[in-house]
Design a protein around this ligand. Structure first.
Ligand SMILES: NC(=O)C1=CN([C@@H]2O[C@H](COP(=O)(O)OP(=O)(O)OC[C@H]3O[C@@H](n4cnc5c(N)ncnc54)[C@H](OP(=O)(O)O)[C@@H]3O)[C@@H](O)[C@H]2O)[C@@H](O)CC1
Ligand SMILES: Nc1ncnc2c1ncn2[C@@H]1O[C@H](COP(=O)(O)OP(=O)(O)O)[C@@H](O)[C@H]1O
Ligand SMILES: [K+]
Length: 496
């Protein structure tokens, strides 16, 4: 599914109207009807619903919703935040139709007046502002939003909660907290920012028949259907070599656990052969947890002669001079797909130019803190526009970037971007990232297009956590990274 900026949304709108010749009034009708139909599924027709409208086309959607619900037997009333003369264009067309029906219509005057209107209201529909919002909310939008936020009634936002910008990089203070947001055709970028996602509540995209340009370059979500269509098949006569030869380098004497989890997760995700490169002291402990792997001590490794399909480096490796020199050697000498995580990302900060010298694909898997450090900015600043920063970085350093978080953003060097929305807070625990690195390594080893492998790996990781919690096996409190190994198998089962 596409995710759009306000500019992209207006482009799709004008392409539909100008090139395809569909009138904007029809699009507004489609939008309003689609929302009304979905409100019917959630709000009983015995409920009194107030529809709040503003000066733009978001308000126009509200007039269609009011008419549709009224004709379907609902008790609806409209509260307009602007005077009649400010309603124009397609919104005016639908306002004029609504006026001919007996729908109670109020023009907002004061907080007191609104308090009276709100008595016995069970749900509100927010059609005050959509993607046309600029900057902080002005009066009376700010006051109305503040008043509505204090009420615990069911709130439906249309397209975007009033006050919240469509695009990243914009900081605002006020916005409506909705229970559900019906996005017109596509969700907007801010639905995937930690800062604004909670305003949306649940988001549901509604098709209103827009026609996108031939080849849109929008960000996309990656979901189960995408995984289903691209998951590598296990052929009957395949052998272990078919599924790649992977190397995991990590685990210092103090941190043996991470490399264990990476290697085990790689094998659980279908990797053919895994070798672990670690310290001699670590090998017995790790081998008891991952007996399927083979082992090398870090001093024994010869990256020029050892032919691995894919290599992952950094997990629990430490930040010693010895570790840094090993990481540099790996980045310079590995002639295959290379994944850099954890301490390798720490090392990279002072050595970013090495990435530009690599002739083979490189994958970086930072969480927000690691990414902010690589960019030399604060985490808060990164999280205000993670899509923009990711794209610029991936292009500049010619890398595939997996920016991990509640919404993981995957970017390739061409700037194509995908978002993974599954997973849950049970993953916010040490070791989850090591497991992800293993799953990603395994998918990298099994071929297919690299960005597809990364998207599939991230989705399987999130789905594993969801599966374990939804089935009552663990909770969001007690889930451990090692438990994910069990979840991976259950998720694969759902595809067989
Ligand atoms: N795209 C599509 O294909 C379709 C889109 N559709 C719908 O249209 C919506 C977009 O409509 P839109 O462009 O008219 O913008 P929208 O948000 O309703 O209002 C803009 C007005 O808000 C005002 N305003 C701005 N900032 C403000 C602030 N901080 N504080 C207070 N006021 C502020 C500003 O007024 P001004 O300040 O200029 O007086 C301006 O006039 C979209 O979200 C979707 O719901 C569907 O109907 C069908 C197909
Ligand atoms: N609240 C959350 N919701 C969904 N996924 C999360 C959440 N918190 C963390 N994750 C996921 O868990 C993993 C954590 O990785 P990372 O921070 O590198 O952990 P560690 O280094 O401790 O192993 C990432 O894949 C991230 O997307
Ligand atoms: K709205």
């Amino acid at each position: 599914m596409h995710i759009v900026t306000a500019k992209e949304m207006y482009e799709v709108d004008s392409h539909t109207v100008q090139s395809a010749g569909i009138d904007g009034k029809i699009l507004m009708e489609n939008a309003g009807r689609a929302v009304a139909t979905n409100i019917e599924k959630r709000v009983a027709n015995t409920c009194r619903i107030l529809i709040f409208t503003g000066s733009g086309n978001n308000g126009g959607d509200g007039f269609v919703i009011a008419r549709t619900l009224h004709l379907r037997g609902y008790h609806v009333e409209v509260v307009s935040l602007v005077d009649e003369e400010k309603i124009n264009g397609d919104a005016k067309f639908h306002y004029d139709i609504l006026k001919k029906l007996s729908v109670p219509f109020h023009f907002y005057k004061s907080e007191n007046q609104l308090r009276g209107i709100l008595v016995h209201t069970e749900a509100i529909v927010d059609c005050m502002l959509g993607i046309g919002v600029k900057g902080h909310l002005k009066s009376p939008y700010k006051e109305v939003v503040g008043q509505l936020n204090k009420l615990s009634i069911y709130k439906v936002a249309v397209d975007i909660p009033t006050g919240i910008p469509a695009d990243e990089g914009v900081e605002v203070k006020d916005g409506l907290y909705a229970n559900v947001t019906f996005s017109i055709q596509y969700p907007k970028i801010t639905a995937f920012l930690e800062r604004y996602a909670s305003y949306y509540g649940e988001w549901v995209p509604l098709d209103i028949g827009l026609i996108p340009p031939i080849k849109p370059s929008f960000v996309q979500t990656w979901g189960r259907n995408n995984v289903q269509a691209t998951l590598p098949k296990r052929k009957r006569f395949a052998h272990k070599g078919t599924f790649g030869k992977g190397l995991v380098i990590g685990g210092s004497d103090e941190m043996p656990g991470s490399v264990m989890m990476t290697a085990r997760a790689a094998l659980r995700s279908g990797a053919g052969l895994i070798t672990i490169g670690t310290t001699r002291q670590n090998i017995p402990a790790i081998a008891s947890y991952v007996p399927e792997a083979t082992y090398k001590t870090v001093d024994e490794m010869d990256f020029l002669s050892d032919q691995y399909t894919s290599v992952a480096v950094g997990m629990g490796l430490g930040r010693t001079e010895k570790a840094f020199s090993l990481i540099e050697q790996v980045i310079r000498q590995v002639k295959s797909l290379l994944l850099l995580d954890a301490d390798a990302l720490y090392y990279l900060k002072q050595n970013l130019s090495l990435l530009k010298e690599r002739e083979y694909p490189t994958v970086l898997t930072p969480h927000a803190g690691e990414m902010a450090r690589l960019l030399g900015i604060t985490t808060e600043r990164l999280l205000l526009k993670p899509f923009t920063y990711s794209k610029a970085f991936a292009k500049e350093y010619n890398v595939h970037l997996v920016l991990k978080g509640p919404f993981t953003i995957i970017t390739n060097p061409q700037g194509e971007q995908f978002v993974i929305t599954n997973g849950n807070v049970g993953l916010a625990k040490g070791g989850s990232g090591d497991v992800l690195a293993g799953i990603l390594l395994s998918f990298m080893m099994q071929g297919a297009c690299l960005i597809t492998s990364l998207c599939n790996g991230c989705w399987i990781h999130g789905a594993s956590a969801d599966h374990l919690i939804e089935n009552g096996r663990y909770s969001k409190y007690d889930l451990l990274a090692t438990d994910l190994m069990e979840g991976i198998g259950s998720v694969f089962h759902t595809f067989s």
